[in-house]
Design a protein around this ligand. Structure first.
Ligand SMILES: [Zn+2]
Length: 129
């Protein structure tokens, strides 16, 4: 994800992203390993999990955020049932949301020679050409 967008997430949800256990590669902060089109999904689930953590006075950390097999995968520690459910919703929505442009219409998981990505029709055509 674009550095600027990553930084916005880290600043908005420091408990989730800015912690000692967070992996950091070189100069990048917490790496969010998916394309910018999923920013609204990552932002939404981060807001929901933060609200949950605040309500129940728990400390929850995201240890990994990435794209795998065309799906958004978020690993939280700890991950109580409610948080697991919030993340599952974001993962489900990610299979219907273009990872590049956020469009939902026509978005589907595509198999690009074994490299799975969720793309809308126009982003898929662009990647094919
Ligand atoms: Zn698209």
């Amino acid at each position: 994800m674009d550095d600027h967008l990553e930084r916005e997430l880290i600043e908005a949800y420091p408990m989730l992203y800015d912690h000692d256990a967070a992996p950091s590669y070189g100069t990048t902060d917490f790496p969010i390993e998916c394309d910018d089109g999923w920013y609204p999904l990552v932002d939404g689930v981060s807001a929901a999990v933060s609200a949950y953590a605040e309500t129940w006075d728990e400390e929850i950390r995201f240890v990994q955020v990435k794209q795998k097999f065309g799906e958004l995968r978020i690993y939280a520690k700890p991950s109580p049932a409610s948080v697991t459910a919030m993340i599952a919703l974001a993962t489900e929505l990610s299979t219907r949301t273009c990872e590049r442009c956020s469009r939902m219409a026509g978005a589907a998981v595509r198999d690009d020679d074994g490299w799975y990505r969720t793309l809308c029709n126009s982003c898929w055509e662009e990647s094919e050409s």
